[in-house]
Design a protein around this ligand. Structure first.
Ligand SMILES: Cc1ncc(COP(=O)(O)O)c(C=O)c1O
Length: 378
């Protein structure tokens, strides 16, 4: 347990631009996912007990911890991107797909490559845990550890792809590489389409604010595509949550000109999926125009959120959330607990009339670490 007060940083967006054009959600994303074996909408829960504890109207939680049996939402992106890639460039034969990952995206690429009968090579940064590496290998991929951070793994994947004529399937876009990352983000929009349908079916209130835990920003970009779609009536505020150890989106928002910062922070958070030092180039442009708020939080809030979800005190359902999975809720915890964020909380309208949407983006992708966190007292 850290002895110093947990750190937080926050930034309201100075670069909002409602007129900035948002790429449309492709009409074939939901039908494509519906056609995949094992597809079913992931649950949307209402957590009234936790909402009451924090003086909110309701907390809705979209639980991605068992999407396609892969413990994370990421397969929505990789599968849809490769579907688009094949539609554009033809069916693959003898292709090796490669990517860099902190775990979940690599597993999703490996899963999709296997389904297509193709090979995958996955580059992982230093510190990627054995459990996460093993999960990627179980999908039949070759895993290549990189002696560096996530950003180094991205560069290595790009370099090896050129040398070996592999196809990069990256969720982060960079100069000269934007098509596949945009398809990946488009694939994630399916989860928000499911939320819309579930809010209606379950007669829940529409969210006023959505918390989006972010690494390179592809999930937040998907939220922008969905919630800022032309003609959409219900437009909740969008809040980006990152670890203080890797808050490249917040740092970009805090910069003088709003240009994306590079290789930012030590990237050593327990929220492994969020340990990214550079925003996805294209995602950032849309996040910058359309996300209202940026918050970065200490790991301790993620641990607290994991425990609160696993063992609710108030009759809410018990939910298995990994470190990055719990990060959206952890951002809400920080806002409700840290006195220095009180004004932000007010400005965001987080009061008893507010409905908040959080996404549990992963389950216990590292079961040992999950159990360790749960074993620690609250
Ligand atoms: C569990 C989990 N949540 C959230 C994210 C953040 O997604 P993005 O990198 O698109 O911002 C990731 C990314 O790997 C992740 O693995």
């Amino acid at each position: 347990m850290p002895r110093t007060a947990p750190k937080v940083r926050s930034e309201f967006n100075r670069f909002l631009n409602n007129d900035a054009v948002v790429p449309p959600v492709p009409g074939d994303a939901v039908p494509f996912h519906k056609g995949l074996p094992g597809y079913k909408p992931t649950p949307l829960y209402s957590l009234p007990g936790l909402a009451e504890e924090f003086g909110l109207g309701d907390i809705l939680l979209k639980d991605e911890s068992n999407r396609f049996g892969l413990k994370a939402f990421k397969a929505l992106g990789a599968s849809y991107a490769l579907h688009r890639w094949m539609k554009t460039y033809g069916n693959p034969s003898g292709v090796t797909f490669c990517t860099a990952t902190d775990g979940n995206h690599g597993r999703a690429v490996a899963w999709t490559a296997r389904a297509l009968g193709q090979k995958a090579v996955v580059f992982v940064p230093r510190g990627t845990t054995e459990a996460r590496i093993a999960a990627i290998r179980e999908e039949g991929a070759r895993v290549e550890p990189v002696q560096g951070r996530y950003d180094d793994a991205v560069r290595r994947a790009a370099g090896e792809a050129v040398k070996n004529r592999w196809q990069v399937v990256s969720d982060t876009s960079y100069p000269g590489y934007t098509e596949i990352p945009a398809w990946i983000a488009a694939g994630y929009t399916t989860l928000f389409a499911e939320v819309d349908a579930q809010v209606k079916e379950q007669k829940l209130a529409q969210p006023d604010i959505v918390f989006l835990q972010s690494g390179v920003g592809a999930l937040a970009y998907a939220a922008v595509m969905h919630y800022r779609a032309a003609g959409r009536k219900h437009r909740p505020a969008l809040a980006v949550v990152e670890p203080v150890a890797a808050d490249c989106l917040l740092a970009s928002a805090a910069s003088e000109d709003g240009a994306p910062v590079t290789d930012h922070g030590p990237q050593d958070s327990i929220m492994a999926g969020l340990n990214c030092g550079t925003p996805s180039l294209e995602a950032w442009e849309h996040i910058k125009a359309h996300c209202e708020y940026f918050l970065s939080i200490d790991d301790i809030f993620a641990e607290e959120a994991m425990r609160a979800l696993a063992a609710p005190e108030s009759g809410d359902p018990s939910i298995k959330a990994g470190e990055s999975g719990a990060a959206g809720l952890a951002g809400l915890f920080a806002l409700c607990r840290k006195p220095e964020l009180e004004e932000d909380r007010e400005d965001l309208g987080l009061d008893e009339s507010a409905t908040v949407l959080v996404i549990n983006t992963e389950g216990d992708t590292d079961p040992g670490s999950y159990q360790r966190v749960l074993g620690e007292s609250r």
